[in-house]
Design a protein around this ligand. Structure first.
Ligand SMILES: Cc1cc2nc3c(=O)[nH]c(=O)nc-3n(C[C@H](O)[C@H](O)[C@H](O)COP(=O)(O)OP(=O)(O)OC[C@H]3O[C@@H](n4cnc5c(N)ncnc54)[C@H](O)[C@@H]3O)c2cc1C
Ligand code: FES
Length: 379
């Protein structure tokens, strides 16, 4: 299916069927069987998928606004795990994700064309450090710069801030090709109706002329500078949340920090995907093999890691099927663990913030040990 294939799933009212947790093995590895209650077309190539969360799992699936879940399914005999950001109303008895089909995408094409209410998928509880904690006593201005499906976590953040912090405001710069591609358009208009001047939505369209020239084109450096100068009071914004393709996110972050003087610690970034890059060469002094001791789910295991051939995650999965992972590309952060003894080098890191690195966290899917012994604790 190409990205332009129509979504064939019909929107269906939530079923009364209970959520399930039928697979004890899946639950032991951190996944829970959740029943799909609704698959709603958002655009020609995107759907919102809602899952019922049974009362017994409510606390487990309680999320910080901006967090994501990992969804797992067996498709054509292959165990597929993908990460999707939560975008629904806070505190609801269901969770909702927005999935946009990517060309040749295994899971996204299944979700947009084959998934239906009543289906059951394995879902791991929310994770990730992107987002914020709401505080009703706060009066702040939160801004988002997002493109395409990057709207999902920032919609969750906007909903939470607007509903829980009566004194706070949200400004959202949302880039898309055309109005037809805007995911969650109705939800965004609803927010505008409900919260009036507290919610400002600036739709930027790259392939459709708009009344304002400033809002017609790609969300590149010049456009961001133009919009910031004319439409957004940059010093008034407390926190910026960026999500979208790598190039857009990097450009927006650099523009905010280098050109507009925003403190780097106030710019928060979530990436959905990065193309694989060549492996970094290992230092000549790196140990050939490493004995790694791993603590995971309260249990300790030991495994030999050949740092030339494999990552710590590759090795751990030989002895511990419950090791957490999703993208295996350094993007989602699901495989994070704390290195408590020994050293590793990561090939890439798109998920961990500087403060997390300073606390010893590393991505195990990207980590190759350089010491003869290693001790890590999954968090
Ligand atoms: C933290 C996090 C949150 C995410 N939240 C969302 C979300 O809310 N909504 C959403 O739709 N997606 C989200 N994603 C992306 C999602 O996890 C999948 O990567 C995406 O749906 C593609 O999966 P697939 O199985 O269809 O594609 P695959 O079969 O894995 O890949 C098919 C091809 O598409 C390329 N590709 C993979 N992902 C992307 C992408 N995102 N953009 C462009 N090309 C890609 C691959 O390199 C490959 O060439 C998120 C990812 C992360 C890490
Ligand atoms: S599995 Fe996604 S960062 Fe390691």
């Amino acid at each position: 299916m190409s990205t332009t294939s129509p979504v064939t799933t019909t929107p269906t009212p939530a079923t009364s069927a209970p959520a399930v947790d039928a697979d004890p093995d899946a639950a032991a590895s951190g996944f829970h069987a959740l029943r799909v209650t609704r698959v709603e077309p958002l655009t020609d190539e995107a759907v919102a998928v809602s899952f019922a969360v049974p009362a017994v799992l409510r606390a487990t699936f309680a999320a910080r606004p901006g967090q994501h879940v990992t969804v797992r399914a067996e498709l054509d005999g292959v165990d597929v795990r993908r990460t999707y950001s939560l975008c629904g109303e806070p505190g609801a008895d269901q969770i909702t994700v927005g999935v946009k089909a990517v060309p040749e995408g295994v899971f996204s094409r299944y979700a947009t064309a084959g998934l239906a209410p009543g289906d059951v998928l394995q879902v791991a509880p929310p994770g990730g450090s992107f987002g914020l904690d709401v505080d009703p006593s706060r009066t702040r201005h939160v801004a988002g710069v997002v493109a395409g499906s990057g709207i999902t976590p920032v919609l969750g953040i906007a909903r939470a801030v607007l509903s829980a912090e009566p004194g706070s405001r949200v400004t959202l710069l949302f880039g898309n090709r055309s109005a037809r591609d805007v995911m969650f358009a109705e939800d965004l208009f609803d927010l505008r109706d409900r919260y009036g001047a507290r919610f400002r939505l600036l739709n930027v369209l790259s392939r459709e002329e708009q009344e304002s020239e400033l809002l017609s084109g790609r969300l590149d450096r010049d456009r961001l500078l133009g919009i910031a100068g004319a439409l957004v009071d940059v010093p008034d914004v407390d926190d910026w949340f960026l999500c979208g393709p790598l190039e857009m996110v990097t450009t927006a972050r650099d523009t905010l920090v280098d050109d507009l003087g925003v403190d780097r610690s106030r710019v928060h970034v979530e990436l959905f995907h990065a193309e694989p890059v060549a492996r970094r060469p290992r230092p000549a002094t790196a140990a050939a093999t490493t004995t790694a001791e791993v603590t995971l789910n309260g249990r300790r295991s030991s495994v030999e890691v050949d740092g030339e051939q494999e990552t710590v995650l590759d090795a751990v999965l030989r002895v511990r099927a419950d090791a957490p992972y999703a993208c295996r590309g350094g993007v989602c952060g699901t495989c994070r663990a704390r290195v408590v003894d020994g050293e590793v080098e990561m090939d890439v890191n798109y998920a961990l913030e500087p403060d997390e690195l300073a606390r010893g966290l590393r991505l195990m899917c990207q980590s190759r040990p350089t010491t003869a012994t290693l001790r890590v604790e999954f968090v």
